[in-house]
Design a protein around this ligand. Structure first.
Ligand code: HEC
Length: 121
């Protein structure tokens, strides 16, 4: 088994595990939250538009692809970005969603982001 396949499998199992034990949210509800709030800037499936692609965002925030605690850390940081927004100089700003999404919507959205990741680190 190649390392690449192995990592993809590990990620798939992890995602399945998260979905099964519930990362706290409802992934299909998260897809709707994404389509209503994020897709206009991040593209269908997170494939980039005005905003950066989100299909590898959890790796950018430190997820190694393993079940080693780095996923939780990456999700916490991404959640903060969504709540507070982001404004790197010279780039279009990411709006803050504080007060615009419920905790349940945020949980579901985070599960959806995990589900659309194409990299496992
Ligand atoms: C009005 C357009 C717009 C909307 C709507 C929007 N974003 Fe963004 N988002 C951006 C832009 C532009 C950036 C890059 C900001 C920067 O780099 O300073 C960004 C950055 C991000 C980042 C950080 C990516 C990275 O690599 O650091 C995350 C995570 C993110 N957005 C998630 C979301 C989610 C989830 C939603 C829906 C709740 C959403 N965004 C809605 C425009 C948007």
């Amino acid at each position: 088994m190649s390392l690449r396949f192995h990592r993809a499998l590990a990620a798939a199992l992890l995602v399945a595990g998260l979905a099964a034990c519930g990362g706290g949210g409802d992934e299909s509800a998260g897809a709707a939250v994404f389509d209503n709030n994020c897709v206009q800037c991040h593209g269908a499936g997170g494939r980039a538009s005005l905003g950066p692609e989100l299909m590898t965002v959890l790796a950018r925030y430190g997820w190694t692809g393993a079940d080693d605690g780095t996923l939780e850390v990456a999700l916490a940081e991404v959640r903060t970005v969504v709540l507070e927004g982001l404004r790197a100089s010279g780039r279009a700003p990411m709006p803050a969603f504080e007060g615009r999404l419920s905790e349940a919507e945020l949980d579901a959205l985070m599960d959806h982001l995990v589900a659309i990741q194409t990299t496992a680190g």
